[in-house]
Design a protein around this ligand. Structure first.
Ligand SMILES: NC(=O)c1ccc[n+]([C@@H]2O[C@H](COP(=O)([O-])OP(=O)(O)OC[C@H]3O[C@@H](n4cnc5c(N)ncnc54)[C@H](OP(=O)(O)O)[C@@H]3O)[C@@H](O)[C@H]2O)c1
Length: 469
């Protein structure tokens, strides 16, 4: 056994060493002193705790030798073809499935193989823009959720699609939708994909008094998970597979010094302390923390995964409120198109200098993730992020963001939902369809189990529900 162990070097990380020594960590009781955040002791404790957790879930090891390796370029269709056996027969609920979004693309692909795909929209009466209708269907004034269903059925007539009206920004609406799900005849749901997110924009309070981005992208999904947990937990008994909850997060954590959730703002939002980008990053940090926490608290009965889908031109960065914010961080050019070539970048750097003077105070600026802060302050990413991007995209012409197509953008969702190879890594964060938890934890506190637990308890209090596994 020990002959197969690698040699460790100066460059080796605690995660790499722990992965190699996983069999030796398994089952151990460990006491470690001096474990404050940002210290070596914390990092060691985190890595050891993850391995103890990972290896205490006694999931059977499937035969995975024939599965291909997925990359940045992989599309959702390619991943689903490879994982078709793992999708077959599953009941899947995916939120936020509007045309031109990652959720729709994931639902479209899953529907080819799954037993049931429940798609959701928050207003079944809402009409979609004329142009979208022209692209997908003849001119019929369908509401967006019906349009998504029709587009999937047009491609896969045998697909079993069910529409669910779900407004995640309202606790009452979430309760109503969950009650409907709990009356479905299917005894279990195998996979719940939290894809929906509020558009990034100005400060808004919901009817329940929460900040709108946090309410829609985190608090509503938390309550939904709690209310349909019995359906998820029956999956193991009914279909023999461990249920999964997938949380769409973001890349904000790859670069920054640590985006964490400000609990006092979660409980009592404050317009004076609001920053649209920070609120988005906090909602995405909450997704990473919760994916790990649900795996820990359920002791592997539910597998939570979070992921960064890539940077993709979808509805979210074209919403009117979002455009100025996307321009200020360089995702869109001053003309509102994708920031993807040198000419656009030069214009964008000039624009961000202006934007930062008018839009963001110094206090707000310093609360942003490092990559965004650095871009706004210096017009470029931090050196580590630039090196990382150059290494991963040697031939890319994209100066600022390495864009994916929507087809590529939904690939990691399919992996997180169905790939049997990640069963041994509950709570993991995925990027480019591979486990990339080290990208989160190397420089942020987003996987800090204490922060995750505090967030969990606070959110249970806010929604007035307590999980039982
Ligand atoms: N695109 C990217 O570059 C990128 C990068 C990192 C992470 N992500 C994440 O990926 C996920 C999918 O985003 P996307 O890019 O595909 O954008 P999108 O198409 O705008 O998807 C967001 C979905 O959430 C829905 N939604 C908004 N408010 C809602 C509410 N109150 N209740 C229920 N649903 C609501 C939207 O519905 P309507 O269309 O009807 O408003 C839409 O279907 C999001 O979590 C996003 O944060 C995207």
């Amino acid at each position: 056994m020990s002959t197969s162990l690698p040699t460790f070097t100066f460059e080796s990380t605690a995660d790499e060493v722990a992965t190699a020594l996983a069999d030796n960590i398994k089952g151990k009781n460990v006491l470690i002193t001096g474990t404050s955040l940002n210290g070596i002791g914390f990092e060691a404790a985190r890595v050891i705790a993850n391995r103890i957790l990972y290896y205490t879930s006694d999931s059977p090891t499937p035969n995975m030798s024939t599965l291909p390796t997925f990359t940045f370029e992989s599309t959702a269709d390619e991943v689903a073809i490879a994982l078709a056996d793992n999708i077959k027969g599953k009941n899947v609920l995916i939120t936020g499935t509007s045309l031109n979004g990652i959720g729709f693309e994931a639902a479209r692909v899953i529907a080819k193989y799954a037993n049931l795909v429940i798609i959701t929209g928050y207003n079944d009466q809402r009409q979609v823009p004329f142009l979208t209708l022209q692209v997908f269907l003849p001119l019929k004034a369908l509401a967006s959720l019906k349009l998504s269903e029709a587009a999937i059925k047009q491609e896969t007539p045998s697909a079993n699609i069910r529409r669910l009206t779900l407004d995640l920004s309202s606790l009452a609406a979430v309760r109503k939708a969950a009650a409907e799900v709990n009356t479905y005849p299917e005894p279990h749901i195998d996979v719940l994909i939290h894809n929906a997110a509020a558009a990034v924009g100005p400060f808004k309070l919901t009817a329940d008094g929460f900040e709108s981005q946090m309410a829609t992208s985190f608090i509503g999904p938390f309550l939904l998970t709690k209310l349909i947990a019995p359906k998820l937990l029956s999956a193991s008994a009914k279909s023999g597979s461990t249920p999964r909850v997938v949380y769409l997060s973001s890349m904000a954590h790859v670069f920054g010094p640590g985006v964490t959730v400000t609990l006092d703002l979660l409980k009592k939002p404050d317009a004076g302390r609001y920053n649209a980008v920070t609120a988005y990053a906090e909602a995405k940090a909450a997704a990473i923390l919760t994916a790990a926490e649900i795996s820990r608290r359920s002791k592997g009965k539910i597998l939570g995964f979070s992921l960064h889908p890539g940077v993709i031109h979808t509805n979210i960065n074209q919403a009117p409120d979002a455009i100025p914010v996307m321009q200020s961080v360089g995702i869109l050019t001053p003309r509102g198109v994708r920031s993807e070539d040198r000419a656009h970048r030069r214009l964008h750097v000039k624009a961000t200098r202006v934007t930062r003077r008018v839009a963001l105070s110094p206090t707000h600026l310093r609360r942003l993730p490092n990559a965004v802060y650095s871009k706004l302050k210096h017009g470029k990413l931090p050196a580590t992020a630039r090196r990382r991007r150059r290494a991963s995209t040697p031939h890319s012409e994209h100066e600022d963001f390495n864009w994916k197509t929507i087809e590529q953008g939904a690939a990691t969702t399919i992996t997180a939902a169905f790939d049997p190879r990640i069963e041994s890594a509950p709570g993991a964060y995925l990027d480019d369809s591979n486990v990339a938890t080290d990208k989160v934890v190397a420089q942020t506190s987003s996987l800090d189990p204490v922060a995750a637990s505090e967030l969990w308890i606070t959110t249970e209090e806010l929604v007035g529900e307590k999980f039982e596994f």
